[in-house]
Write a protein that binds this ligand. Structure first.
Ligand SMILES: Nc1ncnc2c1ncn2[C@@H]1O[C@H](COP(=O)(O)OP(=O)(O)O)[C@@H](O)[C@H]1O
Ligand SMILES: [Mg+2]
Length: 398
């Protein structure tokens, strides 16, 4: 996947003359040190990250950690003190006024906490508004606005005024307006944070649903770790202006890397977060026949104490299972015994909460990819270990 946005060693010190502060930061001083010595406030301290095209990239951290500063640096509402910001490989920091205005108008779309609608314009005009600013022709504007209103389920409300809609519907109009622009990147700064929990969950679902068809590149800022887990394809966690952890939701919960991050992960519902792929054992060929292969645990070649083997055909599709003892006999030259057909397989992306009930007494189940090929084996104990892992799990002090 190509990177749409790349941030390289970005610093922001809120000061006209940041040189001394930058020097301190580069030698490892903290935000507090800089404030004490120079009286200057550090917004960002050596932040680097890459946002792949089509990602829902979350910036998460406590209030004051630098999330908004980062977002505002991307379109230079905040002028970075040092570093590079590459949008499709073009360094935004080197742009002059005119070019910058063009980028803000056409390529970066910002959404703030309130999707403020224009109260005296119809719903459709509100959706068209952003496109109008971008210089899109009236015909094209109308076509695209109708399209996104259809997508968010508000086509019938196009001619209504905002006050005729419920609060939740108005939020959806705001979301439609943001999504209607074909900006290269959409920046949403705490866009859902002010909403009631119910409407908020609804908007999150709506955004996920829309994203499945639109594949926008979104930089989504939130102080809510649960929201980051739910929406994010990747999460960057900030503290005191620094990026302290970056990765997929599953990898961050699995290995927080510091107490600061671990504190966020403590209450996470692991059964709903982790998928089969995250917990399975990879399989290796143990015995090979002409049209079949027996696959078993990868950690060593001895199948005897390693649970059942999966017998697959030439396309890696499961034919059945055999016991560890049978694997040994086949390896010693015996013919392939009658296969046990009472095995279960789950998709690699299935969440553990949905996997747990599929064992039916069997010691292990198969994990298959979207084309039906066997990619791993999951033992009941592995599922329990992952679901039951306590808050301190995986913390490494760095
Ligand atoms: N314009 C500004 N002038 C001085 N300090 C600022 C300014 N904007 C933000 N800050 C400071 O930068 C730090 C990061 O703020 P911000 O990016 O708004 O945090 P977040 O969005 O994570 O809550 C805070 O210490 C804040 O006080
Ligand atoms: Mg903020």
């Amino acid at each position: 996947m190509t990177d749409r946005l790349k941030i390289e060693r970005l610093y922001k010190v809120f000061a006209d003359r940041p040189a001394a502060a930058l020097d301190m930061l580069r030698r490892g001083a903290s935000k507090a040190d800089v404030l004490r010595e120079t009286g200057q406030v550090v917004g960002l301290d050596d932040v680097s990250l890459s946002v792949p095209s089509g990602a829902m990239y979350m910036i998460m951290g406590l209030s004051g950690s630098g999330k908004s500063t980062l977002a505002r640096c991307v379109n230079r509402l905040n002028e970075p003190s040092a570093g590079r910001i590459l949008l499709d490989d073009e360094d935004l920091c080197s742009l002059g006024e005119a070019a910058l205005r063009e980028v803000r108008r056409k390529r970066i779309s910002m959404v703030f906490q309130h999707f403020a609608l224009l109260p005296n314009r119809r719903v459709i005009d509100n959706v068209e508004f952003g496109l109008k600013l971008r210089g899109v022709t009236p015909r094209e504007r109308r076509r695209r606005a109708e399209e996104v209103l259809e997508v968010v389920g508000l086509a019938r409300w196009a001619a209504k005024m905002p006050h005729e809609l419920s609060g939740g519907m108005r939020q959806r109009v705001g979301l439609a307006r943001a999504l209607a622009t074909d900006a290269d990147i959409l920046i949403m700064d705490e866009a859902f944070s002010a909403l009631d929990p119910l409407i908020r969950a609804e908007m999150q679902d709506e955004l996920l649903r829309l994203q499945r068809t639109l594949h926008k590149t979104i930089l989504f800022i939130t102080h809510d770790f649960q929201e980051a887990l739910k929406l994010g394809t990747r999460i960057a966690i900030m503290s005191e202006g620094r990026l302290v952890r970056e990765g997929t939701p599953q990898s961050i919960v699995l290995e927080p890397g510091s107490d600061y991050v671990a504190a966020f992960t403590r209450d996470v519902d692991r059964a709903r977060l982790f998928d089969a792929a995250s917990s399975m054992t990879a399989l290796v060929p143990l015995v090979q026949g002409e049209s079949w292969t027996v696959l078993g645990g990868a950690s060593d070649g001895h199948a005897a104490d390693r649970g059942p083997g999966f017998v697959v055909d030439a396309h890696a599709r499961v034919l059945g299972t055999i016991t560890a003892a049978q694997i040994d006999s086949v390896r010693d030259g015996a013919a392939l015994p009658e296969l046990d057909g009472a095995f279960s397989c789950v998709p690699s992306h299935a969440k553990l909460i949905d996997v747990a009930g599929r064992f039916g007494g069997a010691p292990a189940i198969g994990v298959i990819d979207e084309t039906g090929r066997l990619v791993g084996r999951l033992e009941a104990g592995q599922v329990l270990a992952r679901i039951g892992a306590g808050g301190a799990n995986g913390v490494r002090h760095v």
